[in-house]
Design a protein around this ligand. Sequence first.
Ligand SMILES: Nc1ncnc2c1ncn2[C@@H]1O[C@H](COP(=O)(O)OP(=O)(O)O)[C@@H](O)[C@H]1O
Ligand SMILES: [Mg+2]
Length: 256
Amino acid sequence: MDLTAPNAAPSAHRASAANTILPLRVEGLAYDANGQRLIDGITFTLDAGPRTVILGPNGAGKSLLLRLCHGLIAPSGGTVTWQGATGNADAATHQAMVFQRPVLLRRSVIANVVYGLKLKGTLRAERAEIAADVLARTGLARFKDTPARLLSGGEQQKLALARTWALRPQVLFLDEPTSNLDPAATHAVESICQHMHDEGTRLIMTTHDLGQAKRLADDVLFIHKGRLLEHSPANAFFETPASGEAAAFLRGDLRW
Ligand SMILES: Nc1ncnc2c1ncn2[C@@H]1O[C@H](COP(=O)(O)OP(=O)(O)O)[C@@H](O)[C@H]1O
Ligand SMILES: [Mg+2]
């Protein structure tokens, strides 16, 4: 499959076993710092398809868990493995991460997108067209030649997503991508995420915005004090949480 095709088929997330790195299997994951166990014995499997939201109070370990899954930090114990046919060998090239604060190059908007394509190895002749396409889809076409640092916070986050979208990752980790944004920019970011999902990118997102979790989640991982307390379909989690901690969290009563 040509992952750079601007109009990937909507059914792409039902990718054949021949070309996917999924499922993601996390087993007995642990992370220690300063003598403290911050991630403690987390085990789960994420298959291709649904949108996963990781929920939990501030300090629960959501960001650490995403960084461990994406391979930005090494676990103190346990394993993160990509179990699809192309598996760990291809994992790094087929996943991406978007952060709370976008990390952009001090270049124009389009140069930020083109640079990502260049790193991926996309043919030079194809880069400009793919970049223009994702800028149009994210509402950034008119800022094409604007220095990225002059964009508003919401526009910068849209650019971070556009740059990622251009790469057509199989898996996208998002760490509180809208926590610094106003409602309109939040809506725009959610809409881009939804389009990426529709095109076949597997979304794994943290948020502490319950409204956002209800809008976007198909399933929920609920983390508290570095432990995974629940992994449930979103409806079940929100209607009948299995743990007292999750019930308290949903009422707004849970503190770290
Ligand atoms: N490198 C580190 N060294 C020490 N403590 C850390 C480190 N990174 C995170 N922590 C701590 O681990 C806990 C979980 O952090 P984090 O994953 O950022 O939480 P969340 O994203 O759920 O708010 C917090 O108490 C945080 O202070
Ligand atoms: Mg965090």
